[in-house]
Design a protein around this ligand. Structure first.
Ligand code: LHQ
Length: 258
């Protein structure tokens, strides 16, 4: 059985972490399979949006700690280089928008992989845990980059040092995630967001992600120049032509992602 499930329906790819008996903790093969699936979604022209979620009661408990026998020190640099950092880079370069649907607890690398997605929603029973300090590690998977930018340095420092369990409602309130939904609404609301993402002008969405990411290090002048360059690119897509034509014809636009 595959450790990442792939389904494609209505131009939406659903990638599900599939080690439910381990709370979808990442072993090497699941991390490598996730990379392959993200690459497939990047290349597959039928995919206009991706949902990343988990099977069972958890989103992901992070690194599978049973891969690390106490008497044998793991090669951290190799693990991060080969298993985790490529996932984060792919999430930030994939040419499709990625919605993370956090269906349960998200801990350690599981939490930070979620936060690297474009939009994060969670079921009300989900928990976010920066579990690293509890086992003597530091947050990875880009967590020290993304979390302070989402919720501010003070909150991020406290959550990362203390390892508090944050409910989905609290995560929404502090801006860590976009929205928290009740169990009964979770699938529907997630599907609605993904459907919207899949119907939007894909190139403009991906340039938007890139511009936002660059804004972390650019000054205002650099960012204005970058916006100009990206607007030129977006303005040369068929979707731009369609968007303006549809507006003037007072009809809904039909974007193709081209
Ligand atoms: C697990 C895990 C797990 C194995 C629950 N592994 N079995 C690290 C190192 C190197 C390179 C790169 O990066 C990283 C990144 C990291 O992700 S480090 C952080 C690793 N993750 C954690 O430390 C989280 C550990 N887990 C927990 O804190 C809790 O289990 C959470 C908060 C996730 C869920 O709590 P509960 O809902 O109360 O479930 P539980 O604790 O009872 O766990 C259920 C089972 O899952 C249990 O096994 P058992 O056989 O007793 O039923 C756990 O041992 C197992 N499990 N997380 N990461």
């Amino acid at each position: 059985m595959s450790e990442i499930l792939f389904e494609l329906k209505d131009n939406i790819a659903r990638l599900s972490l599939n080690r439910p008996e381990k709370l979808n903790a990442f072993n090497r093969s699941m991390a490598l399979e996730l990379q392959d699936q993200l690459l497939n979604c990047d290349e597959n022209e039928d995919v206009r949006a991706v949902i990343l979620t988990g099977v069972g009661r958890a989103f992901s408990a992070g690194q599978d700690l049973s891969e690390f026998p106490p008497d044998q020190l793991p090669d951290f640099e190799k693990g991060i280089d080969e298993n985790y950092n490529p996932v984060i880079r792919l999430l930030k370069t994939i040419r499709k928008p990625v919605l993370c649907a956090v269906n349960g607890v998200a801990a350690g690398a599981g939490a930070n992989i979620a936060l690297a997605c474009d939009i994060v929603v969670a079921v009300s029973s989900a928990l976010f845990v920066q579990a690293f300090s509890k086992i003597g590690l530091i947050p990875d998977c880009g967590g020290t980059f993304f979390l302070p930018r989402l919720i501010g340095l003070q909150k991020a420092t406290a959550l990362m040092m203390l390892g508090d369990k944050i409910s989905a409602a609290e995560a929404e309130k502090m801006g860590m995630i976009y929205a928290c939904y009740e169990e009964a609404d979770f699938e529907t609301k997630t599907g609605q967001i993904a459907t919207t993402l899949a119907s939007l002008p894909t190139t403009a969405l991906i340039l938007t992600r890139k511009a936002l990411l660059e804004s972390s290090t650019n000054n205002m002048e650099q960012q204005l120049e970058l916006e100009k360059k990206f607007q030129h690119k977006a303005g040369h897509t068929s979707d731009f032509k369609e968007g303006v034509t549809a507006f003037l014809q007072k009809r809904p636009a039909v974007f193709t992602g081209k």
